[in-house]
Design a protein around this ligand. Structure first.
Ligand SMILES: Cc1cc2nc3c(=O)[nH]c(=O)nc-3n(C[C@H](O)[C@H](O)[C@H](O)COP(=O)(O)OP(=O)(O)OC[C@H]3O[C@@H](n4cnc5c(N)ncnc54)[C@H](O)[C@@H]3O)c2cc1C
Length: 416
């Protein structure tokens, strides 16, 4: 049986970034990826902190070479299209002052391949295979059964296993050491999406920003430029609404683009889709226990909240950064290795909970959300949260987060 130090299941952003961070620490991981890259994936708008991770990993020049559009922020349009608010991407300088910053919009097939290829160039090994089962001994995960491209099954051992299998949540499905998958707050939604040419992308703040169109609770749309010409378009609605329309995904998307929001209709004059129209549903879930002896989970493999403010890749990259240090501690036999695993789990949950609360307040109290986002006392801290700076003590203690949570406390009081 072959034996490795670290096996990472999945070569998407969470897996490739974990590999890149491990390589920075001098550890050469093995990645299992069951799909040939490049492959289509949804999730094209990056936060400021996701951009920061790419710079930290020394990938920014490759992002420029691929000419991924430069994102300066997000415009959120209200239901009539007449009113909107703007959240800029900003970073904190050494004096903790906010400074203008940029990040990227990406075509995921190219971006994911770029990350994976860079990990390979820097020393990671990729095995084109699917993990199919786990091996355990004395309550410790210590290996996997894998199915290779030619269909043969093999068993492989590993000191540490990182699950970065995305929404397939491999370990939660396969291994009793991992907690059960629970529905998230937005599990009854359907997203229908494709790509168009000729979208009107210009706003006061530039040409490559994320545009969000709010219709009503849990009913919204996005426009995200993914290159000079093509714009990703998507509509998200409650499942019942989609079913009641009795349309094919492409018909449904066209119909919503024509009728949902006047500003959106104006911006998509050409409804010829240049990519297959796809849909995703039941994508919101939460696995509460996702670390243990010999393993941890990163990115979508343990939680996905709601795509509205584009935090998916942010979690994948930031958790990869945190997880790589925990893996290194576990490999070195550090006596604090076990507590490093539970500290990682706690920190990740605290960060994800912030975004859960942000999204809940946005849907349940849109006006209060708007006031908070613009209030002089909270504006800067709200920009931090939007940028994805959600793993720091100062954010946990921030007045903006407290104010967000006050809204939810009142909701619980009313409900009881
Ligand atoms: C409608 C919608 C819109 C979104 N919009 C955005 C957005 O604008 N911005 C954003 O940041 N995020 C967005 N997201 C979220 C984003 O797509 C994900 O959070 C992100 O892709 C997570 O990365 P990951 O590496 O964890 O998982 P993935 O990118 O899904 O990668 C997982 C990889 O693991 C491989 N794999 C799975 N199982 C196995 C196995 N058993 N063996 C081997 N390989 C395996 C898969 O083939 C895949 O390549 C959106 C999500 C949805 C549903």
């Amino acid at each position: 049986m072959k034996s490795y130090q670290v096996i990472i299941i999945g070569g998407g952003p969470a897996g490739a970034a974990t590999a890149l961070y491990l390589l920075k620490l001098g550890i050469k991981p093995v990645l299992l990826e069951k799909t040939a890259f490049p492959r289509y994936h949804i999730g094209e708008s990056l936060t400021g902190e996701a951009g920061g991770c790419l710079r930290e990993l020394g990938i920014d020049h490759l992002m420029s070479e691929q000419r991924f559009p430069i994102k300066h922020g997000v415009v959120v349009y209200g239901p009539t299209g007449g009113e909107s608010f703007w959240v800029p991407v900003m970073k904190r300088d050494e004096a903790r002052q906010l400074q203008p910053a940029t990040t990227w919009q990406v075509r995921r097939s190219s971006f994911d391949k770029l990350l994976l290829d860079t990990a390979i160039e820097r020393g990671a090994e990729v095995i084109p295979a699917a993990a199919t089962a786990t091996l355990q001994e004395n309550g410790r995960l210590n290996g996997l059964t894998i199915r290779t491209e030619n269909g043969t099954e093999e068993k492989v051992r590993s000191e540490m296993i990182v699950d970065a299998s995305g929404q397939t949540t491999f370990l939660a499905n396969q291994c009793k050491l991992v907690g059960q998958k629970q529905r998230g707050n937005y599990s009854k939604q359907v997203a229908v999406f494709s790509q168009v040419k000729h979208a009107v992308r210009e706003t006061e703040q530039g040409v490559a920003n994320t545009l969000i169109f709010y219709e009503k609770k849990n009913h919204w749309a996005w426009l995200i430029p993914i290159d000079d010409e093509i714009t990703s378009v998507g509509v998200v609605v409650p499942r019942e609404y989609f079913a009641a329309e009795r349309l094919s995904p492409a018909e449904f998307l066209s119909s919503e683009l024509k009728t949902m929001n006047p500003e959106l209709t104006k911006r998509v004059p050409d409804l010829t889709f240049v990519e297959e129209t796809r849909s995703a549903s039941n994508y919101s879930y939460h696995i509460k226990h996702f670390t243990g002896p010999g393993f941890l989970c990163v990115g979508d493999s343990h939680r996905f909240i709601d795509p509205i403010f584009s935090f998916g890749v942010n979690f994948a990259l930031k958790e990869a950064q945190l997880a790589s240090q925990v893996v290194a501690k576990n490999l070195s036999g550090d006596p604090a290795a076990a507590s490093a695993l539970s500290d990682y789990e706690r920190l990740s949950e605290r960060g994800q909970d912030i975004i859960q609360d942000l999204v809940d307040v946005f849907w349940d109290y849109p006006l209060r959300f708007l006031v908070l986002t613009h209030h002089p006392r909270h504006r800067d801290e709200m920009i931090d949260i939007f940028a994805g700076r959600i793993f720091a003590e100062e954010v946990f203690k921030s007045a903006a987060l407290n104010a967000l949570r006050q809204c939810l406390v009142q909701r619980m009081a009313v409900a009881s």
